[in-house]
Design a protein around this ligand. Structure first.
Ligand SMILES: Cc1ncc(COP(=O)(O)O)c(C=O)c1O
Length: 414
């Protein structure tokens, strides 16, 4: 099967926006197949950050002078974009954090510590990244709640039929899942899980770290209660992420970080909290990063999320087919029509780190390891996998170079 680049996305043309592709790695053109770990940055984002620092930078919200007002307008403009990107009903429900990881910790601490206790169940999935596993496991232990895991089938898809049995004898309070598995690329049935969670009186927490960059997200349609995502996986800078939450939940929650900016009034006896979203934004925020995040949202929105999803699915199908042709490669995860542009695999008899190292010498960047998914690796019966992941700038030629590189790996190490 050839990749018939969907008419609305021209990856070859988009690559010209990304200065990193002018770099040579060991004298060879870069084949960057690690976008699930972090995406590369287009000039449009880099220029926005630079221009912001050069013309509009000051701390936000504090000043009455022109520069501070400019910076505040840019920062709050980015919040509007980040909220609209996931169809949040209101920008005051969109909190800037430092990452998707921090967004999850915010919910786990600020909601979990006050609302979980013995007899309650916190449910995550076997596909979880550690960032949506460890905080819930920790808070469940601290509060005496039960921590349980929804298993996957042999395709790497959630076994929804096991849900009722899993919570037997417990009050499920939280269902927390990723939208897209960073390891297998599985696209999870969020709306179905939300419906089940709400039927059981639980809150639905969705981590869209790898959902938001690749799919149109609508928190109202998904009917979730919290949704975390981050900038660096959708062509924006590191150091900034987003948490969307229902206003009525956020309003009831205690703050997560304490300090400047997030207060209404401070007296020796007591402190009262500021309005949403500021109650959750203590200290100086990642201001220029948020502005860059907004530019990244503009960039991927201009390309089109539906076109990106369609293109990635084609790339995944092509990669799976080429790996299959190679033989001696085990690949993991669902069929391409139910996965994002992520392909995890192992080469028979060769450690993933050795594979990745030989590929690097060919200019091909892939990831090797447990991908922060040790419970999933246990289920797959491996310590690690190789992972190639794609984005809007990935071209089929990079996948061909991966396959050629794997032939070389075999020759050297097989
Ligand atoms: C599925 C998934 N969830 C959460 C995270 C954490 O995101 P962040 O790097 O923004 O903390 C990642 C990052 O790799 C991820 O892939």
């Amino acid at each position: 099967m050839a990749v018939t680049a969907s008419s609305t996305l021209d990856a070859q043309k988009l690559r010209a926006d990304f200065p990193i592709f002018e770099e040579k790695i060991h004298g060879k053109p870069l084949a960057y197949l690690d976008s699930a770990a972090s995406a590369q940055k287009p000039r449009q984002v880099l220029d926005t950050i630079r221009t912001f620092y050069e013309t509009s930078y000051a701390n936000v919200h504090r000043g009455v002078y022109t520069l501070s007002e400019r910076a505040t307008a840019a920062y709050e403009g980015a919040r509007e974009k980040a909220a609209a990107f996931v169809k949040a009903p209101s920008a005051r429900e969109l909190i800037f954090t430092r990452s998707a990881t921090e967004s999850i910790n915010l919910v786990a601490y600020a909601w979990g510590l006050d609302n979980l206790g013995p007899g309650d169940v916190v449910l995550v999935t076997e596909l979880e990244h550690h960032s949506n596993f460890v905080p819930w496991q920790y808070i469940a232990k601290r509060t005496g709640a039960d921590f349980r895991m929804l298993p996957i089938d042999d395709n790497g898809e959630l076994r929804l039929e096991g849900l009722d049995q899993l919570v037997d004898g417990g009050r499920v309070k939280i269902v927390a899942t990723n939208y897209v598995s960073n390891s297998l690329g599985t696209i999870n049935p969020i709306a179905k899980l939300s419906a089940w969670a709400h039927e059981h009186g639980a809150l639905m927490v969705v981590v869209a770290a790898l959902g938001a960059p690749h799919h149109t997200i609508d928190v109202q349609e998904l009917d979730c209660d919290f949704l975390a995502y981050s900038s660096h996986k959708l062509c924006g800078p590191t150091g900034v992420g987003a948490l969307w939450g229902r206003a009525e939940l956020l309003e009831e929650m205690a703050p997560f970080n304490l300090g400047g900016h997030m207060i209404r009034q401070v007296r020796l006896e007591n402190t009262t909290w500021g309005e949403l979203p500021y109650k959750f934004e203590a200290g100086t925020q990642p201001i220029a990063e948020a502005v860059g995040f907004g530019a990244a949202i503009d960039y991927v929105s201009d390309v089109g999320l539906d076109a990106i999803a369609e293109y990635e699915s084609e790339l995944a199908a092509y990669a799976l087919e080429r790996l299959e042709e190679l033989g001696g490669v085990t690949s993991y995860g669902p069929p391409p029509e139910r996965r994002a542009g992520i392909v995890s695999f192992n080469v028979e008899g060769i450690h993933p780190h050795d594979v990745a190292q030989v590929l690097d010498a060919e200019g091909v960047a892939i990831r090797a390891g447990h991908h922060c998914c040790q419970p999933l690796m246990t289920r797959l019966g491996v310590a690690a996998t190789n992972r190639a992941s794609f984005y809007l700038y990935t071209v089929p030629d990079e996948i061909d170079r991966l396959v050629d590189g794997l032939r070389r790996v075999r020759k050297l190490l097989g």
